[in-house]
Design a protein around this ligand. Structure first.
Ligand SMILES: [Zn+2]
Length: 270
């Protein structure tokens, strides 16, 4: 997981802060630039809802977004947090168009978004971007599978430590602006449980919490309190980043023109 950048204003962002876009060969990257639109995503905003058709793929450059599932009774549980190492809106290229989950902004985020129809053209070209996106999807699946096992077998306190560390990896400081209600939603537990776990960690001197904020005071000891899921998941992402670099080296220059070829009438013989 990349080190996060200090918070900067809208006008200072560049697409290559997203690790996937940053791993593209220069020619590919420059070809995509005119189609990327920068958006600011405030905390609490849902980027897409369950069942909603996804019209964009969001390449995050800063902040944190959580994918979560919501049940009929309104109860929710988060699956994975994503920062500048990834994208939001996988259904935009996996083909279904929508998912049963939603994506909620946890920490003020910025993203460059690409329209789904343009993304489909990229998949038809079969260049480095689709390869990177599929590799990212694979890493995300293993992350989600691990979190499912973690939620089943590890204590709330351990899971809270895992979540806090995953967020810290994607933030420029050790301060998380996040209410305990939000933390409870992400972990899929009752608010009272989070309050108790935060209290235990505070008494141990690992963090400080005040209204809507959690400041981590001792990251090293927080890591020792977390379950193994944190280091294992982090290693997975380090592999992913190594793969990003590999993709950059392995790719070859491609034509820069974007030509969307529709099937010609005389070619459609079958
Ligand atoms: Zn765990």
């Amino acid at each position: 997981v990349p080190g996060a950048r200090a918070h900067v204003g809208f006008e200072s962002h560049i697409p290559s802060w997203n690790r996937l876009l940053g791993a593209l060969p220069v020619a590919e990257y420059e070809r995509l630039l005119p189609d990327l639109e920068l958006v600011s995503l405030r905390p609490g905003r849902r980027i897409y809802d369950a069942g909603e058709r996804q019209r964009y793929l969001y390449f995050l450059t800063q902040g944190i977004v959580c994918r979560q599932s919501v049940l009929d009774d309104g109860a929710s549980a988060g699956a994975a947090v994503t920062g500048s190492e990834g994208v939001i809106g996988l259904a935009a290229f996996l083909g279904g168009g929508s998912t049963t989950s939603e994506a909620v902004v946890l920490s003020h985020a910025y993203a460059y978004r690409l329209r789904t129809d343009l993304l489909k053209e990229e998949f038809e070209l079969n260049g480095p971007l689709p390869q990177l996106l599929l590799r990212y999807t694979e890493a995300l699946f293993s992350q989600v599978a691990q979190i499912v096992a973690c939620n089943r077998h590890h204590s709330l306190e351990q899971r809270l430590c895992r979540l806090l560390l995953s967020c810290l990896d994607r933030l420029p400081s050790s301060l998380l602006v996040m209410t305990q209600e939000r933390v409870a939603d992400v972990l899929g537990v009752r608010r009272e449980g989070v309050t108790e776990a935060v209290g235990t960690l505070r008494m141990a001197g690992l963090l400080h919490s005040s209204r809507g904020q959690i400041a981590v005071l001792d990251r090293f000891r927080l890591e020792t309190h977390a379950c193994d899921c944190y280091p294992v998941g982090k290693r997975e992402y380090d592999h992913l980043l190594a793969d990003y670099r590999h993709a950059e080296v392995a790719s070859t220059p491609r034509p820069v023109a974007r030509v969307h070829t529709l099937p010609q009438p005389n070619a459609a013989r079958v």
